[in-house]
Every structure is written in C-alpha cells, then in structure tokens.
Write a protein of this length. Sequence first.
Length: 659
Amino acid sequence: MHTITASTPCAQPPVWAFMQRRLFDAMREAAQCYLDKYTRDDGALIWGDVWTNGRDGADDLYEAFVNWPLLYLLGGDDWFLHTAQCEWDAITRQLTALGPVLNEYERGYDQFHQSEHYTYFYFLCLADPTNTKNLERARRFADLYVRAKHRQQAHQDTDTEPGALPLPEPNYDPAHKLIRAPHNGSGGPRWGFFDHEDHAWSYSPWMQPYGLPFDDVPGVITLEDLKDLTLARRMGAALQERYGKGDVAANLGVVSLVANAWLLTGEARYRDWIVEYVGAWLERARANGGLVPDNVGLSGQVGEYLEGKWFGGLYGWQWPHGYYNLGMATTVAAAAAYLVSGDAAYLDLPRTALDCVWSQRKRVSVSEVLATSLGHHWTGQTTASGEADMLVVPYRHGDGGWFDFQPLSPIFPAALWNLTHSDDDLERMARLRAEETYDWRAVINFRGKEDAGHEQPWWAFLAGDNPGYPEAILQVALAQVARRVALIEADQADLTKVNIHHWQQLNPVTCEALVQLTLGAPQPIYNGGLLIAPLRYFDAARGRPGLPPDVAALVEKVEASRLVVRLINLSMVETREVILQAGTFGEHRWDEVAFVSRISEYPGAQTAYAAPPLMTNENEINVHIDASQFKVVLPPLHDIRLDLTMTRYANPPAYQSAL
C-alpha cells in the first residue's frame, strides 16, 4: 500500500476542523443522555407492553437509533457500534414479544416503512462485515424474497438443518417477476389491507393533508363523506381489494435488502434477483412511456385491480406521498442494480420520473407550499424564500391528472449525481439551482426527519461560491444536538404511553454535515438508501472504519474523475494514520494523487517571536497509486491537501472490513 506523509505544519488550524471534531464529541455525550433516559437495562425502549398499532409502527422503534452505526462509520466512538448493535438486538426482541416482528424480521407491512429502518441494518453490516450473526441475518432477510427461485432446495435445507426456521408462503413470484403483495415480510405476503373484519375507512384528522386514496369510489367525493359509515365501508372495501394483493412500485425499496446481502457475500443469486426484479419494473415503465407505473396484478398486468390505471397502488402516485416515496424507491433500486451490473439503463427509472415532474413545474406562493401534503418538510426552502414565490412540481397523479405541487427536493437529483457524476445528472442539479428563486447559499438551522435538507448550500460550496459552508453547517449541526439535549432534559412524558415517533424526534445524532464534508456525498436516502460516496476512511492504527481521533477532513471538490480533500491532525502529540478508500465499497480506483511537500524551517529559532512562513522549499509531488486504497501519515498538528484522480467503478463493489 502506498504511504504518503504530510509535511506541512498546521499551527493555526481552520475553525471548521475544531468544530468537526467537537461535533463527534458532542454527539457521544448527548447519545449517552438519550440512551440513559429512554431505554431499559436490557436495551429495550421504555414503552408499553401491548401492541395497538396494527400492522404499522415497527419501523419507528428501530428509527430511534437508525443513524448511530453511520456515525461510527464516519469516525464516531467505538461505543456507537457496540450500542447500535445492542439496540438493534434489544428492539428486535421487544418487537418480537409485542408481535410485529417474526423470526427477527418485520412480519408484514409496506416497504415504504420497512425501508426506513432497514438502513440501520445496512449500516451495521457495512460497519462490521465480519459479524457472523448479522451475516446470517442478511442472508435470511434477503432470502425472504430471493429464495422463491430456489424454493425446492430451500425446502430440502429446512428438512436437514436442525432448528431451521419454517418457510413462509413465498413473497416473490419468479414467473411474473413480482412481489405478491404490497404488505410483505417474514410471514410471507400479508394479504389484504386490514386485519379486522370491519373494513370501514372512517374519517380521521390525520388524513387531511393526504386526501382520499381513490377518486372513483361511488358517493365518496371528500374526506367528510367518510363520516358516513356506509361510505366509509365502501372506501374500505376498495382499499381491501386494490391494496390487498399484487406488486407495487414502493416494493422496490426491498432491493437494498438484497443488495446488502450481495455486498456481504458476493453470491450471484442475489445479483441475479436484483437484475431480474428491477429489470421487470424497468420494462413496465418503458411500456408506460418511460414513467414507472405504481401497481401490477398477480397475473403481471399493470392496473389489474384498478381498471387498467397505471396509478393508484399503495404508496404510489396517487396516495399518500406520490413522488416523495416513489422517487426514493426507484432511486435506491436503480442504484443497487447499477452497482451489481454496471448497466446504467436501470437509472432510467428514477431519471424519467424526475424529468416527468420537472417538465410540469410552475411557481406558487409560500402559503400554498405550506398547505401541501408534505408542507412541514419544506422548512429550509420556505425559510430561505421569504415572501418570494416558489418553484414547485406535481407529486401526485389521480383521475384528474397531476396535483399536489411541492418543491422539488434536491435529494433526488443529488443522489443520481452522486451515483454517476455524469454530465446529464450534473445538469439536473444545475438547472434546479438556476430556476429556484431563493439563494442556495443560505444555511438554515433546521433538522428534518431524513436528517437531510441542506443539499443546496453544500452544492454551492462544491461549486466554489459558498466558502463559509463548512463552518455554517457544523454550527447548525451543533445547535441541533444542543436543542435535542434540551428537549430530552425537559421531557416529562409518561414513556409507557408516548407516540411511537417520540424517540425519533429526540435522537441527538445527526450525520448530514459529516457525510457531506468528510465523504463529499449527500446524506443517504432515508428510505432504503445505501451509503454511497466517492471515498471512505479507515483508522490504520485501530483497524476500524472512519476517521482516526483528532483527524478532521474536508472534501473541497468533487468531479467525475477528480476529488480534492484536506486532512488535518489536530493532536499536539499523536501521529495519526488514515487509509483512504476509493468508493464506499472499494468500487473505484485511485489513479494518481498530487500534493505539496514542504521542507520548512518550522518551528524556527527559539529566539524568534513568530514562526517562519511555511511557503519555503515548496515542491509538488505526484504519486501513481493504481489501487483502491492508500495510507496517509499525519504527524501532530500537520495537514495535507490531496488532489486525487480516480477511475470510477473499476472494481467489483463489496463491503470492506478494516485492515
């Protein structure tokens, strides 16, 4: 492995470096307060002992800790990995006792919700791919969908392996290349939409932002009509029939579960399933003019239970979130298919959806944006816009056409650009910025559910016109940690009776700033996104992922084949060694690295009042790497700026353990 040693003293480190290291420490302190207050001695969340949420809610308990292993991957304390693993195991036991989890996996619910919390599991697997218990789980979870193709062999295995878990009814139909129900999991297809016999879909205030699931149920014109029990049952019957069986595009969220198993094992059957399943949805999209339909019946026919309509499936284009969840589902599935195959054609799924809604953009008032189904998601944009009109696109489609116009979240084009770094995806980000009415350099102090939302000012920083962004976003992150700690200290709720979202709203761990600044990537997509970045770090001395103690990193430039990153060791006495890997999964290759070597007179004479300038004897060094990893040695209080060239997707992707 090539080794480069920094030779530039850094007697006056930049403010962002101190703030970055302080953020790591602050979250360790805050996380302990959170853990002490909200968990029992066995790690279970302090909550009631009776499950009253039906099929919903298992994801919310896991989401209380969803980003803790991600913080470890970035360089957080060893405690975060140990605690995150203990909490995953404890919550799994808790939910098994309560009922929603069977054989350590969710019994059966939609993949929009499941994909939210299984990112937690993917981060655990990436953080420690040698964990045999998680490796077994990863195979078993993926096989809930993949093994339908190998069901005869699986039955033989069950007959011969002592203690093997019974096989559920298969979730996947290999003949029609579809997942058989919108609700699915360890119990197999969870047919229907309701578990109770009364299928009435009665009015409740929570429905107000989302409206009606269907426009064509006789007599049901507005939500108020559902106060009539007869009409409520009529709508419920439609939900039971239309949402109760067949595949939906939201099920594309499960693809990351299978990709996780492939990245751990390299087994071809996982790759083959991803190519087959995502390919089937790509073909359905092509038959629909390029735009992915949201439903397909058990016979393989799009619109089979919706009178031929390409829209109307559960968590599809019509209800409840539309493009918000379909943009995420198509992006994470296409990303996985691209990783396993190298075929960029799969990216047509998210690109066409993005381009479709973009083509119908218009401008509306801020008040109209706040009144949309996801109005609370747009804190950053509405605050930055002030009184100016905002650019919006349609998120949903019903019998009356496109509706529910909202800001185009930059997470979608940013995720595509981060994956490909192609000129076309670069242009998608650039044109969004060009048409927005607010200043993309503004850094708003907020934190959304997805722990994201600051892609715009980060993008401006990478473009070279927002130089103060590192300090600004770190200040926001520290302020959000402080606010969560204050909320935790002030929380007097009866924890046995709180809402299942209670802990998510108090989790003090935030990773967006660190992902952007240290990895040069946007925050992973919340619903099922793998961590995809142009580089990754390992602590060479401790043999674990992430930045070593005292080391701060800033990715200053990200291009298709070039990366500029600055590393600073803030320790006064300790030398640190950091390994830089090309790509999260070692999928890229470093070609060359250029840096400046200084044979300086620092620290100078004892009798001098100031150190000599550092520009003496400056030499630019170019090193040919031709490998996916190299090591940087950082003496105490030294820094180095590395100008890296790379070849993207030169190696098979795989989870890498610490060296």
